[in-house]
Design a protein around this ligand. Structure first.
Ligand code: GLC
Length: 690
């Protein structure tokens, strides 16, 4: 059951698609205090667990920190931060009470979850204009499902986007990209996409291609596609200020850019130098920007990533001018030097600058500050809405850096500029189920880390988790050590891991699609499945992956294994590759499990099945009819395998669903869907191979 409570005059965010009537009674669970804004407080029991907040720092259980919804270009994903690139204002409280709360509010909002007082949860919006939804249900998953139903079906990525993807900021030209493709293909490392970061553009101008470095772009896109490699260009939020540049001229002529205090086009600095920001909150501007992607679609592009859309600002002219003028009038002593240093450190992404930017929302002038968290969402929505018109029958890969609830209908996200740090593998693990709660299912982190220098062992351990993550993309920053896997010594181990990913795709894609279609979570904390086990809410470094598997990634430097908690007896699959693994039955409880640097620890649940395919060099070449099925069966196990053509949108077709049943003698059958050719690898309850 969902109840909606309205305070003041909320701005429509379009987060919710199944509209609810506003209740007249008082808000349950919370005490509401009218301050200069409004404050919602809830008293927590010591054992209460608080889930949610999607993309943010810290754990799966959010207790013990102050979080802020303020989309930020934040490359320091450290524990002392309060927000990252997104605002996902949903919490699920599990303890003496069980409910979800969604705060639909596009401005700045804080969640003090046991920060000021250990036992108090306090939610404070900047202004008292918002909708609060209280969601009650039979279980944690049921609450999430109802929330997801209300906010609408999640975006569906094309199947090729489940393949391995290689990216780096600094692939400069055709030759370099050709070489990246060749290095993978020559070594038989499967690959489905190579990313084009800002350098493919002409002077970082959206919807342009540098003619010197990519002279025959459409032909080049085709050349790569003939090898089953998709090129995925970046699109940045800022449009370069440059006379004669079409997107700039169109935006100016039609008043499609955000304005400054004087009503002129707002100027900030990003990669291209001075830019204007398209007013994505203005439906006409959104339509115009979205249709601009056609320039690249026409050249054969089938996927994009939207960046710098918090929006990131490196500077504004006014701030620099003020600072320089002040500096030229001052005596330089230590105090002033320190003061100057502080001023320089807040030139970028300064909240004061956002106050000077304005939107035109259906004719009304609105300060950006009030709707800050909607910007990236609406950039991606611009593209998503346009794709529906430009290529309605085809899925286009799309993911964004910044987001707000609602954007999950138009694209996925990647989790931004992490670092090649071991602790960021753990952060990646913890963020995934929180994002799934928000309907963000096509997601992943920069595998291997974006900033800082990666090492071979870190990339390998990270890959061992990433190989179950929908968006498996190796991405790194300019001037960091190169981390494409072919550059390392142990290429064979990397190849076997990527092959394992391709073997897992039938299962991973099936679980992803079912999670989208049934508002389910692809990654779940253990506590969402083993609801009666009092220990599992403490387990934050193991995840359920779909209905059959649990993963326990090794994420510590030099570790030769790890402690694992098994909430029931399970079959451990210690895997080096698709054909190189060991199965061992393990009892419920705590275990120390060894895992060599190139070994992945997966655990199969009893009476569940794992469908494994053969590897291929790309998703398009996967065999979709012959599988090995690993089962750990007491009586009978059943698995519904979802598959479709991977490009079109015929999701509901019943031929997409094949039910596989295996009993304890190894007898199997399939029903519905497709005829499959299965090889069964069965283990009995003692762990013996049948
Ligand atoms: C931002 C993005 C990063 C990209 C870089 C250059 O930092 O988050 O992924 O590589 O900009 O475009």
């Amino acid at each position: 059951m969902i109840r909606k409570y309205t305070y003041g005059n909320p701005i429509e965010t379009d987060a919710v698609v199944e509209k609810k009537e506003t209740q007249t009674g008082s808000l349950p669970y919370f005490s509401v205090e009218k301050t200069e804004t409004v404050k919602f407080s809830y008293i927590m029991d010591p054992a209460d667990v608080v889930y949610g907040l999607g993309e943010n720092v810290r754990g799966i259980n959010k207790r013990g920190w102050l979080y802020e919804s303020r989309n930020a270009d934040e490359p320091n994903h450290r524990e002392d931060r309060h927000s990252l690139y997104a605002s996902h204002n949903f919490l699920l409280i599990d303890g003496k009470d069980h409910f979800g709360v969604f705060i639909d509010y596009p401005g700045i909002l804080t969640f003090d979850i046991g920060y000021t007082k250990l036992n108090e949860l306090v939610i404070t919006p900047r202004e008292a204009d918002l909708d609060v939804y209280i969601i009650e249900g039979e279980s944690k998953l049921d609450i999430v499902k109802q929330f997801r139903q209300m906010i609408g079906r999640s975006y569906i990525a094309p199947k090729w986007a489940f393949g391995y993807q290689q990216s780096r900021w600094s692939y400069m030209d055709e030759e370099e990209i050709r070489d990246i493709a060749k290095q993978h293909r020559d070594r038989k490392i499967p690959l489905d996409a190579i990313y084009l970061d800002i350098d493919y553009m002409e002077r970082y101008k959206d919807f342009t291609v540098n003619q010197e470095t990519f002279p025959n772009f459409a032909e080049f896109v085709k050349e790569m596609k003939d090898q089953n490699i998709h090129l995925v260009p970046i699109i940045d939020a800022g449009v370069k200020v440059e006379a004669g540049y079409q997107t700039y001229e169109e935006g100016v002529a039609n008043n499609y850019f955000c304005k400054n205090v004087k009503g002129e086009d707002f100027v900030a600095g990003v990669w291209p130098g001075d830019v204007h920001f398209p007013d994505f909150l203005n439906p006409d501007a959104r339509k115009w920007f979205g249709h601009s992607y056609q320039f690249l679609l026409d050249q054969g592009i089938e996927g994009f990533w939207n960046d710098m859309n918090e929006p990131a600002t490196f500077y504004t002219r006014e701030r620099i001018d003020e600072m320089m003028e002040d500096a030229s009038n001052r005596e330089w002593d230590l105090d002033y030097f320190l003061d100057f240093k502080d001023k320089v450190s807040v030139i970028a992404n300064n909240p004061e600058d956002y106050k000077k930017m304005f939107h035109n929302m259906n004719g009304e002038r609105i300060s950006h500050e009030k709707v800050h968290n909607l910007f990236g969402y609406n950039m991606t929505r611009a593209a998503g809405e346009a794709f529906e018109e430009l290529c309605p029958d085809k899925r286009i890969l799309m993911f964004s850096r910044s987001s707000y609830t609602g954007m999950h209908r138009y694209g996925g996200i990647w989790t931004g500029d992490n670092l090649s740090w071991w602790q960021h593998i753990l952060l990646n693990i913890k963020m995934m189920p929180s994002l799934n709660m928000m309907g963000i299912l096509y997601t992943g982190a920069d595998m291997g880390g974006f900033g800082a220098d990666a090492t071979e062992d870190l990339v390998m351990r990270w890959m061992e988790f990433a190989l179950v993550v929908p968006l498996m993309r190796n991405h790194s920053a300019l001037d960091t050590r190169r981390q494409e896997v072919f550059r390392f010594e142990n290429v064979d181990a990397f190849r076997k891991l990527v092959e394992l990913r391709y073997g897992l795709i039938p299962y991973l894609y099936s679980e992803y699609m079912k999670a989208v279609l049934y508002n389910d979570m692809y990654f779940k904390p253990l506590s969402f499945v083993y609801t009666e086990d009092p220990f599992v809410s403490q387990v934050e470094d193991q995840l359920m992956v779909g209905e059959s598997l649990m993963i326990a990634p090794v994420y510590t430097q030099n570790a030769a294994g790890r402690y694992v908690y098994l909430p029931e007896e399970m079959m451990m699959l210690r895997m080096r590759g698709l054909h190189d693994y060991e199965c061992r039955k393990m009892e419920k409880g705590h275990h120390y499990v060894e895992a060599d640097l190139d070994q992945v620890l997966l655990f199969l649940r009893p009476d569940h099945l794992l469908v494994l395919g053969e590897a291929a060099q790309s998703v398009a070449q996967l065999n979709t009819e012959e599988f090995k099925v690993i089962g750990f069966v007491r009586e009978k196990a059943e698995y519904v395998l979802y598959d479709d053509d991977g490009y079109g949108k015929d999701y509901e077709n019943c031929s997409n669903y094949t039910t596989i049943t295996v009993d304890k003698t190894g007898t199997w059958k399939t029903e519905g869907g497709k005829e499959l050719n299965l090889q069964i690898e069965l283990y009995d309850t003692t762990g013996k191979r049948i």
